[in-house]
Design a protein around this ligand. Sequence first.
Ligand code: NAI
Ligand code: MG
Length: 506
Amino acid sequence: MQAGQDTPGGSGGRAAGAPSAELAATAAATDWEYAPAPESRDIVTIAPEYGLFLNGEFTPAADGGVLETVNPATEEPLARVAEAGPADVDRAVAAARAAYEHVWGPMPGAERAKYLYRIARLLQERSREFAVLESLDNGKPIKESRDVDIPLAAAHFFYHAGWADKLEHAGFGPSPRPVGVAGQIIPWNFPLLMAAWKLAPALAAGNTCVLKPAETTPLTALLLAEVCQQAGLPPGVVNVLTGAGETGAAVVAHPGVDKVAFTGSTEVGKQIRRTVAGTGKRLTLELGGKAANVVFDDAPVEAAVEGIVNGIFFNQGHVCCAGSRLLVQESVADAVVDRLRSRLSTLRLGDPLDKNTDIGAINSRPQLEKIRDLSDAGDAEGAERWSPPCQLPDRGYWFPPTVFTGVSQSHRIAREEIFGPVLSVLTFRTPEEAVTKANNTPYGLSAGVWTDKGSRILWLSQQLRAGVVWANTYNRFDPTSPFGGYRESGFGREGGRHGLAAYLDA
Ligand code: NAI
Ligand code: MG
């Protein structure tokens, strides 16, 4: 294999006992000075205050509630947004119901499609604005918001626009009908993209929506509301209620909601399932994960290392399908971990708006504390922590890319979702052992496999209990491809033909 191959920093050796001198040499040899390359924030105008998007208009919360969203990279307040209370949820559901019955439900699919295409095109036209706003509010690198979040959000609207007039040919019977009013609650890790995942299939199928963005990242959903206005979307078809958990709970419990779609923590998913039980409401849950990324001894090491880095350090590891458990075959473990360490030493952490930044800010203080607690548990339970030398900014919420080796299956860092830039490395000897370890989790959202053998990919992907299995790649998303989990990762699929099923009564 490529292990032992010479690298610029001379880190190809396997001096596992003395990694630090070697890494220092690597760092010195590759310590390129990058000039700052910040994306201008002038493209986006952030209002000091935002209302709820209700029946096509922005309006304050009935009880005057507001909450503040900050830039997690600087802790600077960005805007105050309305916090929706029960009266606002009533108003939003009533608006969505009226739009469903009188406008959107009866509208021919070909007409609905035009609005979805329009939204998709507006997202493309305003993509820089969305990317900058997403990075400011969420802390993710502009490289990711610009190249992943925003283009994929537009792609979801384009893709579902194509379905709107073809639903009777989608295999759901001759005349599938929309479900009605959808209550949709989304998290902060991919704010605009999750809004698109929820809204686009619901609207294509003829439903109307009450969307509740996460409290730390409401701004791109509000800009999307503005895009809905710009696209001439009839009032009430999309309503955006900003607020925190209580607002979400009120949407879920509202008797006028026919379908609930949730992405977020397993804990809240369980609460929602209890609330919805026995009401006849439809439910899909996309929850946490603790995915295994399995590297066999015949895998191309350089490619696997890129996949490992992408799997766990993309979006600061705030990814439900993150490859947070690296399972590497014992015979190549030292070589893979060496390469991984030298690769991590080249990542740049810092200003999310800088185009060269690889690792941005942690989204919130509570999330940072959770990452710290779980990492400390890793130390306490005897795993070995490693991070590349890296200077954290003084202000804001930051955590360095971190790798734990010597992890055993019983460690909390091997069992619990950390949702941060922290990788736990475990080893295996045989393919059977890889399967057993990979499946030893209450979750079942995703997995990765790295090997040269097609037959092994097919065999392993059938053994793994995960909704998505990536082979020789990781974190690859496409609106045509269904995504979703098993067990504590939730149920239901989003994307593709399968995703439409959640929004149709066949
Ligand atoms: P969370 O599940 O509390 O938040 C997700 C969304 O649900 C937010 O919009 C929130 O306002 C809303 N929400 C909170 N309580 C609710 C309730 N009782 N009823 C209805 N909606 C409610 O997640 P949180 O606290 O932000 O993160 C905690 C952990 O959850 C993370 O550390 C991570 O492990 C996991 N998580 C998983 C995500 C995923 O993509 N699967 C996304 C976000 C968090
Ligand atoms: Mg924020």
